[in-house]
Write a new protein. Structure first.
Length: 378
């Protein structure tokens, strides 16, 4: 019977421990205050979340602390807004069939409206940034011509005409000759040609590369403004009621039962702590979404030697981490300096006022590459 009762108490204690771990908040509170206001005992927890994060995850189940039982009362929120202006540059690209500035400006609007979903404004074309270049080239051909006059020829004989001429370094071939009588002479009773003139036409084919089109880039510059909600501060309030102590004169049997139950629960808790190697610190890694953190694992810290080896966790975090020290250990560590070892780096934190579990944050940076980590001696 006693073995069954001990096993039952141990199972209940284990369930409570696992439930407490599973229900641990994913968010780290910015501030936790316990106070009595106008006769009411309150626990006030303040969080800062991004606009797209769900505040329902902030609400915790009922809990006991320092002689009071706390129940969720309500949540208020305060939006943290921003409004700012900045210079913005937007580069646009247009295509034209020519590089004439008139055609380019016809394709570019003088202004453009900018809206990226956050910032808006009107941007103006900066003419000094207009740059045009050919989109590509193609080969083309064209005909080159030249003429040459010949005068004082005694006959219209093509042997007098050059078969080729050179123009601009290019050789052209004879393509046509036009003859005409330059002067006449009287032979007998008839006028006959005395001299001739000729106009010779020469032609040839030339080749060149022509642009297939033109690409123009230009910058639009102006002032854009943005406003909105950057974050939301939530204040979660819990109402506390004093935990009543049983009056004197309690029946001995009930008192013994309570003591026995407490002893069994204590034995179960001790066994559970031993089973978990007495780990009393939880390490969380920042997710990058406001104050949201993911659990990485648990470590043991001893008041006589307050050190933590973050690099011994199965899931080694990077960047900003949060460390939660269980309240009993935190009270023993008050005023002491904890050394946080992260591979070859060491960071320190001095424990301040303890009100429940003690939280603090450390930026451990980036884990070194495997090649850079030296093996510790066994």
């Amino acid at each position: 019977m006693r073995k069954s009762l001990s096993a039952l108490v141990l199972m209940v204690a284990l369930c409570f421990s696992l439930c407490a771990t599973a229900s641990a908040a994913s968010y780290v509170a910015d501030d936790i205050t316990y106070q009595n206001l106008n006769g009411q005992q309150l626990a006030i927890k303040i969080y800062t979340l991004l606009p797209d994060q769900n505040p329902d995850d902030l609400v915790e189940d009922d809990f006991d602390y320092d002689g009071y039982h706390y129940t969720y009362s309500g949540t208020t929120k305060e939006e943290q807004t921003f409004s700012e202006e900045s210079q913005h540059k937007e580069t646009v690209t247009v295509t034209t069939t020519s590089k004439d500035m008139e055609d380019i400006l016809a394709a570019l609007q003088p202004t453009m409206e900018y809206d990226d979903g956050t910032a808006t404004g009107t941007l103006a074309l900066d003419h000094s940034t207009i740059k045009t270049e050919a989109a590509g080239y193609k080969d083309s051909s064209y005909t080159v011509t030249a003429t040459k006059n010949y005068t004082g020829l005694d006959r219209n004989d093509s042997s007098y005409i050059d078969k080729t001429v050179v123009k601009d370094g290019r050789t052209l071939s004879l393509s046509n000759v036009t003859w005409s009588v330059e002067s006449t002479a009287l032979v007998g009773d008839e006028l006959v040609p005395a001299t001739y003139s000729a106009v010779a036409t020469y032609s040839g084919t030339a080749y060149s590369k022509t642009a297939t089109g033109y690409i123009t880039t230009a910058d639009y510059i102006g002032t854009v403004s943005a406003s909105g909600v950057s974050s939301i501060k939530y204040t979660v309030t819990y109402l506390g009621t004093a935990i009543e102590v049983e009056p004197e004169g309690m029946p001995v049997s009930m008192l013994l039962a309570i003591v026995a139950g407490a002893l069994l629960a204590a034995v179960g808790i001790v066994l559970l702590i031993l089973m978990l190697t007495r780990k009393n610190c939880t390490v969380y890694a920042a997710t990058g979404k406001g104050n949201e953190y993911d659990k990485c694992g648990r470590l043991l810290i001893r008041p006589k030697r307050p050190e933590l080896r973050i690099d011994r966790l199965k899931n080694i975090p990077e960047g900003v981490i949060a460390i939660e020290v269980d309240e009993p250990a935190a009270r023993k560590l008050f005023g002491q300096t904890i050394s946080i070892h992260y591979f070859s780096e060491t960071f320190t934190h001095t424990v301040g006022t303890v009100n429940g579990a003690y939280w603090f944050k450390v930026d451990v940076g980036t884990a070194p590459d495997d090649d850079d980590v030296e093996e510790e001696p066994q």
